[in-house]
Design a binder for this molecule. Structure first.
Ligand SMILES: NC(=O)c1ccc[n+]([C@@H]2O[C@H](COP(=O)([O-])OP(=O)(O)OC[C@H]3O[C@@H](n4cnc5c(N)ncnc54)[C@H](OP(=O)(O)O)[C@@H]3O)[C@@H](O)[C@H]2O)c1
Length: 266
């Protein structure tokens, strides 16, 4: 980090924990010598390009050595952590696992609950986080630096919003892949070769993501601009706006949010 704090990732060989840890290493905000990773199997896969990282199968050894601990194990395995992290800053990206449950499982009092996604590996994650009451201003600065290294980040006011973001921005490409597939299926239905349709839609989404992501213009303004341009897309957008599409997207996001509420042990 900007300072010499040692940081550990419990579950750092997993999809998300590994992506976040590599984002830290690539950005330089954590040096390999400052990083600990634990898991049950002892694998160090995914970190071959760095030397100096400490790997362990004992979560408590990691906690004892680190001032900051990120928990990234599957929600249903939260009770297998077996750690006492009383005086540590504990961060978690586990879906649906509340600050209360993290406190019970770790004895920590300085707890940050976050969401992120594996696009951290390419510096493109969105990582919202909320702080428990004993988190200090210095902790907040550290958390901001760590998640900024993964992409974009915001502190949000409460855990309810983390649950909403778990549904919205936890999956990559997630719901966007479904929309893209609908477009591929439309093209195929109208006689376009599947491989061509796939290439075309992937390129469309890459370009659209870059355009949407590279300026602060809200998506709604892009829609309004296209409607104002009054070309072929305007006709399509007008039809979509009066269709049930927005309701269907809400229904899907609601279902994901409901699942967040039940994915972890209570
Ligand atoms: N992947 C995503 O797209 C995504 C997105 C948003 C949020 N999340 C959240 O991120 C967390 C991790 O998900 P994931 O997809 O990265 O899972 P994953 O790929 O299955 O990785 C889980 C990691 O946890 C380790 N692990 C399991 N039990 C452990 C224990 N008791 N002690 C130490 N390490 C343990 C596993 O290694 P061993 O098997 O060797 O122990 C592995 O490194 C989950 O809570 C999930 O809700 C994931």
């Amino acid at each position: 980090m900007a300072n010499s704090q040692t940081i550990g990732v419990v579950g750092g060989s997993g999809q998300l924990g590994g992506a976040i840890a590599r984002a830290w290493l690539r950005s330089g905000c954590v040096a390999p010598e400052q990083l600990w990773i634990s898991n049950r199997s002892g694998t160090a896969a995914g970190f071959e390009e760095w030397s100096g990282i400490k790997f362990t199968t004992c979560n408590q050894d990691l906690v004892d050595a680190c001032q900051v601990v990120l928990l990234s194990v599957p929600p249903h395995l939260v009770s297998t952590l077996d750690i006492n992290a009383k005086d540590r800053l504990v961060m978690s990206v586990m879906a649906g696992v509340s600050i209360n449950l993290i406190r019970q499982q770790t004895q920590a009092t300085r707890i940050v609950r976050a969401m992120s996604n594996p696009a951290a590996d390419i510096g493109l994650a969105y990582s919202p986080w909320c702080a428990g009451i004993e988190v200090t201003d210095e902790d907040r600065r550290s958390v901001h630096i760590l998640f900024e290294a993964c992409g974009e980040t915001d502190e949000v006011p409460n855990e309810e919003q983390i649950d909403r973001f778990t549904a919205l921005t936890g999956p990559v490409p997630g719901f966007v892949a479904f929309y893209a597939d609908c477009m591929v299926q439309y093209a195929v239905k109208h006689g376009i070769d599947a491989a061509v349709a796939n290439r075309a839609v992937r390129q469309l989404f890459q370009a659209s993501g870059t355009v949407l992501g590279s300026s602060p213009t809200p998506p709604a303004e892009h829609v309004n601009d296209m409607i104002a341009y009054a070309g072929t897309t305007a006709a399509g957008l007008e039809a979509m706006k009066v269709s049930a599409l927005a309701d269907c997207i809400e229904e899907g996001l609601d279902a994901a949010y409901e699942r967040v509420k039940s994915i972890a042990p209570s």
